[in-house]
Design a protein around this ligand. Structure first.
Ligand code: ZN
Length: 210
């Protein structure tokens, strides 16, 4: 079991552009030494999935109740979730820097995505036909399956070429650059982008003759 970094003083931000990347960005600072972590327990994974669009509220409520009834299993699924998050981040971070992702990380994503695929059904809705996980069953791993499938979808599509890592030295967030000319550099312009701008401004002022 790992030492869990403190709870952040702000809510979860969704700037990754896909469920899996938003999940990778639920820690602050570096992944080796995070300054904070939104995911402190299994229920936080459920809350993330509800917020980020990977789970309907009714299913989330049932999962929370089940986790309360089965705390040991919920704890194990939480640990698996954290391992999945670190693998997802490692793979996307490697791709963003033109490196080869590790097989162990791809394997972890594969296992969860395969579990999702084994239970999915083709369902017709307004947007057409797509894979859907049945909401019955209340399997505790369900949010992780949705997240792994999102990761696999990005990795096996042209979106893969749009994966970037924030240009800030103190931020390792990953995101899909959907800008027309592939020019997005920051996870969030109002946060990391502004901080970098302020730093450049101060450096210029200090360098300027008095
Ligand atoms: Zn950033």
């Amino acid at each position: 079991m790992r030492d869990i970094p403190p709870v952040p003083d702000h809510g979860i931000e969704l700037s990754g552009g896909a469920l899996a990347l938003d999940f990778a960005n639920t820690v602050g600072g570096s992944h080796v030494r995070p300054t904070h972590d939104h995911l402190q327990a299994y229920a936080d994974i459920v809350a993330f999935a509800e917020l980020a669009g990977g789970l309907e509220r009714s299913a989330g409520e049932r999962l929370r109740q089940r986790a309360e009834r089965e705390p040991t299993r919920a704890r194990a699924v939480y640990e698996l979730g954290i391992a999945l998050r670190e693998s997802i981040w490692a793979v996307f971070s490697a791709l963003a820097s033109g490196e080869v992702p590790r097989n162990a990380d791809l394997d972890l994503i594969s296992d969860a995505a395969a579990s999702a695929a084994a239970r999915s059904r083709l369902v017709y809705d307004r947007d057409g036909i797509g894979w859907s996980l049945p909401s019955d069953g209340d399997v505790l791993e369900r949010p992780l399956w949705e997240i792994a499938r999102s990761a696999a979808d990005v990795l096996t599509s042209t979106q893969r070429d749009r994966v970037k890592q924030c240009a800030s030295e103190s931020c390792e967030w990953v995101f899909l650059d959907r800008s027309k000319n592939h020019s997005r550099r920051w996870c969030d312009m109002s946060d990391c982008g502004n901080r970098a701008k302020a730093r450049r401004f101060h450096a210029k002022r200090q360098a300027a003759p008095a």
